[in-house]
Write a protein that binds this ligand. Sequence first.
Ligand code: XIL
Length: 388
Amino acid sequence: MVPVLTRRSAMAGALAALLAPGSRQAAANAPPALRDLAAAKGILYGSCVQGAQLAAEDDFTALVLRECAAIVPENEMKWQWMSHRPDEEDFSIPDRIVDFATRYRLALRGHNLLWYWRTPDWFKALPRGQSAESAMVRRVTEMCRRYRGRVFCWDVVNEPIDVETGRADALRKTVFLDEIGPDYLDLAHRAAREADPAASLVVNEYGIVYDTPAAEQKRTAVLRLLERMKRNATPVDALGVQAHLDIGGDPFSPPKFRRFLADVAALGLDIQITELDATDERAPAEIAARDGLVADAYARFLDAALDEPALGVVVTWGLSDRHSWIVRHECNAQGWRKDGLPSRPLPFDAALARKRAWTALAAAFRAAPPRPPGKWAAPALALHHARR
Ligand code: XIL
């Protein structure tokens, strides 16, 4: 235990020195960490990371340890990353991040068990029916068993809804739907619960934030899905709202979004913000103006979201602009800047200086109503010790 703490404070010390070279006084006056501001209200704050970003144990790693109480593997748990042959998974890929979380006592979100977009080719080639169902259940069961006690929640099926298909249940047309049928979601959730009864099971969805007819339809479809799952006694504990914001795009209606969260909470479910960031392709080049717009988007969104007490987890999809899928142009091309300037989607810039988005997050946590003590932050963090 002692070496862990020593190492964490050594890293934090290194970071303070980096931000305030030669000035002890400045280090002592350093702003609080987001993890502490969130925890003061019973909220768990974290970021996605990649194993390779942590391997160097550099200033970025120190920043993650300073600011985050939770981490999420950005890609390493995705089935396609782990498996290239039928029923063979390379657990060493996620293990590195899981071990990091354990070593530094960070809560760990499991992301994700099934995602149509990152499903191995061999699975897509399986015959319909039984063999596909057993391969899916096996994947879910193995992941949940292996990381039992170290992962506090799982995104079981990522992005299950697509309102464009015209199906009454609005289920996305995926390989799982094709090969197993509309019950695949319930089967996956049951397998997850059986393999790790303590992990929270999350339905994680995008495109449900803005005030557009398509987003409104999708919110309704998500609610109907969650209601059906509850009615069928399918184990489900939370809705994950991805929250990839878009500056200068669609309008945002705080009351409509707020009402949606209340409807989800009324089903007895918790809510997590799972992938907060902001594309800035429509914002001006000038950095102060751009950072101001990104911060405003964070603030407006978070003020509405954090007003809902069932929302206890906030995760940004990265911590610093040094490592972001938007900056790397791995997001949809409509999120890329046309002038070729690097985007600035996250709370810290690429040199790890705080941006106004950081200030917006800090202010939102400070203003948030307190959550029931011990419901979120503390239990997720205690998991590593209690169940290992
Ligand atoms: C993204 C990663 O950030 C990228 O590195 C990768 O190339 C594609 O996936 N919704 C999700 C995340 O649930 O898993 C996605 O992550 C972003 C959109």
